[in-house]
Write a protein that binds this ligand. Structure first.
Ligand code: 16G
Ligand code: MG
Length: 546
């Protein structure tokens, strides 16, 4: 490491005074103009991580479903997974270092403690459609170079595309954008070959983000086997009244799609295309959401159908579904009782679900909000290759491995998964939705005051002085502190038929979130409001009480 060069580069990216970025659930996110120093430092971090692991790492400049004025970074391990959790502490230490001296000290400490070899680390960089991307990618590249590393700018890509490329690169596989489309398209075409059902028209809300161009290219590669129409491809504001987050949280049709007729099949991506939800219009003009829980269930059905066709003398692979506490109780019950599959609950955030899914031969993980994928153990893939061409089912499973991003949840491969699963069963969204009925729930959503309600409340994101006073355990289902909070929640829940509720500090915003479920919508709303009030009272809420 050339210290003089490092110092000079660091001094060009000074941290705004008072700005204290923190790694959070999935990387750094903030108003774009604040982030130059943070992104530069992430470049340093990922160059060091590449040296430590002896393989290429990745960095995506994106703020996912946040407004266009924000930006952020997501950091990618050589495996294509998210940054190893043991290194998040270095990300934080680098990001908050006050000045060049402090920053160089953290780097020295990192090199010593992690025993980083000297050399040149490769970092693959990508960015989404935000106007602030160009400068921030430059900052990331300067960070990589400041540690003598090699930044490779892969261009405008979805987050999962960069994860996939890093993984393929380190497995010595072709890793161009074009190979990504080819592999996905070929896996999909294998799976739908011979299906009696015709492709159904699907309209996709692309959140005015980077997924629009990628999905267009993918669908062109696939041709007639996939019938998609793209909306919100860039004509409106990024994530503005559209996208997976908006549709899932608000239960509203995205901009430009409120004219959907009853039953029309629709889907929404988020701004960096790592989240996917499906929806369709109901007779009264309401929207029915088919969220990540439903996608997990459909994936499990497809996998079960395919596994049943494997030779019976083969040891059957373990299959499990990983969810978070946000998974609707009805989905968990369906998975356990009807599919007879094991379910595991982890804290919120892809990194937690992903790690738990790796324990199964086939690990299906989805958050209700639409983040997720299906992981196949390398040993299973090897066995399937050995069965080879003589078994249709083995070929189908290998096609699934090609078509489902093995690095991270990917909305594009999610669409192919859903479309293949529905077509192989000859189903529409109605049959899929009819598998089970969601329990009414209430989560982060701003409600207007409604005098007909027992409890008035305006928001279920409770602003508190310090969200870290809320500490949870058992995959966020139990509040350990503040003292007394959980027993109050228990009292409220026990009075409500089919009631369930939990609270957790957000990993991305300075708020505490509340989730409640009950037999009726009114009861879920009231339970959520009551629990929100407990949080407000015991965790030093700010502003008007809920
Ligand atoms: C991030 C996470 C997502 C999680 C969400 C929760 C990744 C790639 N993204 O977007 O999985 O559901 O945060 O946000 O891990 P919250 O902590 O603010 O509720
Ligand atoms: Mg996203």
């Amino acid at each position: 490491m050339d210290l003089a060069q490092l110092r000079e580069a660091c001094s060009k990216y000074t941290k705004p005074a008072g700005f204290k970025p923190s790694y959070g659930t999935a990387g750094f996110r903030a108003e774009a103009s604040l982030l130059h120093s943070t992104v530069f430092r992430c470049g340093l971090l990922m160059a060091a991580r590449a040296l430590k692991t002896g393989a290429a790492t990745g960095l995506v400049v994106t703020a996912s479903h946040n407004p266009v004025a924000d930006n952020g970074v997501k950091l990618v391990e050589p495996t294509g997974y998210m940054l190893d959790q043991s290194w998040e502490v270095w990300a934080d230490k680098l990001a908050v270092a006050e000045d060049t001296d402090a920053l160089c000290n953290v780097i020295r400490e990192l090199y010593q403690q992690e025993d980083i070899p000297y050399g040149s680390g490769t970092v693959m960089l990508a960015y989404d459609t935000r106007p602030s991307a160009e400068e921030l990618v430059k900052a990331a590249g300067s960070g990589v170079q400041a540690l003598g590393g090699l930044p490779i700018v892969c261009g405008l890509l979805t987050t999962p595309q960069l994860h996939w490329m890093v993984r393929h690169c380190n497995n010595s596989l072709k890793h161009t954008e074009s190979t990504y489309y080819e592999e996905f398209a070929s896996g999909f075409c294998t799976l739908v070959k011979g299906c009696k059902a015709e492709p159904q028209a699907l309209t996709v809300d692309c959140a005015n983000g980077v997924g629009a161009e990628a999905l267009k290219t993918l669908s062109e590669r696939i041709g007639a086997q996939l019938s998609v129409t793209l909306r919100n491809t860039g004509e409106g504001g990024l994530n503005e009244a559209c996208g997976a987050d908006y549709v899932q949280k608000e239960r509203q049709f995205p901009a430009g799609m409120d004219d959907r007729q009853h039953g029309a099949r629709c889907a929404s991506l988020d701004g960096d295309a790592d989240r996917l939800v499906y929806f369709h219009g109901m007779p009264a003009g309401n929207l029915q959401l088919l969220d990540g829980d439903r996608i997990a269930v459909l994936a499990a059905l497809l996998i079960r159908d395919t596994l049943q066709k494997l030779p019976s003398d083969l040891p059957s692979p373990s299959v499990g579904i990983v969810q978070t506490a946000y998974a609707n109780g009805a989905s968990t019950q369906y998975i356990r009782e009807q599919l007879r599959l094991e379910t595991v609950v982890t804290p919120t955030g892809v990194k937690h679900l992903h790690a738990a899914a790796e324990h199964f031969d086939i690990g299906i993980y989805f958050e209700a909000n639409g983040h997720g994928t299906v992981l196949f153990k390398p040993e299973l893939i090897q066995r399937l290759h050995e069965l080879g061409d003589c078994h249709e089912a083995a070929k189908d499973l290998l096609a699934l491995v090609d078509m489902i991003n093995q690095a991270v949840g990917d909305a594009l491969s999610g669409i192919l998964l859903v479309e293949a699963a529905l077509r192989r069963r000859g189903w529409g969204l109605t049959e899929w939705a009819d598998l089970y009925t969601d329990l009414p729930s209430r989560q982060l959503k701003t409600l207007t005051r409604d005098s007909g309600r027992k409890t008035d409340f305006t928001a279920l994101q409770i602003k508190v002085k310090d969200r870290s006073v809320v500490v949870t355990a058992d995959a966020e289902t139990r509040a350990v502190t503040p003292e007394g909070l959980q027993s109050r929640i228990n009292d409220s829940v026990s009075a409500v038929p089919s009631g369930r509720a939990f609270v957790r500090p957000s990993g991305t915003e300075d708020v505490v979130r509340v989730y409640a479920e009950a037999a009726t919508q009114q009861a879920a709303d009231d339970l959520a409001a009551e629990v929100a009030r407990h949080v407000y009272d015991l965790a030093a809420g700010i502003g008007a009480p809920p």
